[in-house]
Write a protein that binds this ligand. Structure first.
Ligand code: FPP
Length: 262
């Protein structure tokens, strides 16, 4: 579905974009964008359809947004696909999402490779169906040499659980004697997170109208700019992405310091 969609007039890609990036400052593109893909169920309900129809459409939206982000020059997208709390949903919905993930990770490999997308995963594998784990491993293997945008799919992910597992493995290393307690600093801690090696998100996007973090990348979003829209995720378009980045570019990032006014 990607083919032909992003022919762009962008000076970066020398193709023709179907959305307008002319207002963007190409020297200030967020490197890493985190997305809480919310509103699938409400979107489906508004159409008189079952919730799972919204997830199906949401997966399509993700494809479109990854391509748009890549064309704009974003280096990484972290998308919240399934949280550690989502197991509390009805079993039919959980099964549908697992099946959707499994199908997505099968059908999209070729697209990922054609578009130079490297797929990674954030989250715990514990409790995931073996078939999903198999597809995850396959996606990692098949796309690991791609050098374009990184797509981090957060599956069975919780920010608090991520921090706890980092603490546990650091404590274990200290106990084993391979890590000195006095050497535990921010860098060591971040090296034990699922996002090790990646810059922290500059921008967090939440569609669907709720103003919550929902346990997503708690450590990593310490200084992320937050942008929300009432638009449900299945209706989210590259134009919304551009709008979010424009808002980001209008923010003054101080990282706790002061910016001197001239
Ligand atoms: C939140 O919407 C969405 C989820 C919990 C799942 C997100 C899943 C997808 C976008 C599809 C799977 C992804 C891939 C990559 C195959 P919600 O169900 O909470 O919606 P609501 O707030 O309207 O109820």
């Amino acid at each position: 579905m990607f083919k032909g969609l992003f022919q762009t007039k962008s000076p970066v890609k020398n193709e023709k974009l179907e959305f307008d990036i002319s207002d963007l400052d190409m020297n200030n593109i967020p490197k890493h964008i985190a997305i809480i893909m919310d509103g699938n169920g409400r979107w489906a309900k508004a159409q008189g359809k079952v919730r799972t129809f919204g997830h199906q459409k949401g997966a399509e939206t993700l494809k479109t947004i990854v391509r748009a982000a890549d064309a704009i020059g974003v280096k990484a997208i972290s998308a919240y696909a399934f949280s550690t709390e989502n197991w509390k949903r009805p079993i039919t919905e959980v099964n549908f999402i697992m099946d959707l993930l499994s199908r997505y990770l099968t059908s999209e490999i070729q697209e990922f490779n054609e578009n130079n997308v490297q797929v990674r995963f954030l989250g715990s594998r514990e409790g995931l169906p073996p078939v999903v784990i198999e597809k995850m491993d396959n996606a990692i293997r098949e796309t690991k040499n791609n050098t374009g945008i990184i797509l981090n799919l957060a599956i069975n992910y919780g920010g608090q659980a991520e921090i706890l597992q980092a603490v546990q493995s650091i404590a274990q290393e200290a106990k084993d004697g391979s890590l000195d307690v006095s050497a535990i600093d921010k860098q060591v801690f971040e090296d034990h997170l699922y996002t090790a090696g990646l810059p922290a998100p500059d921008l967090l996007i939440r569609p669907g109208g709720d103003l919550r973090i929902s346990n997503f990348l708690l450590w990593q979003i310490a200084y992320a700019e937050i942008w929300t829209t009432k638009t449900y995720w299945p209706d989210f378009t590259p134009d919304h992405l551009v709008e979010a980045i424009l808002a980001y570019q209008g923010r003054e990032r101080r990282f706790g310091g002061l910016v001197e006014k001239k």
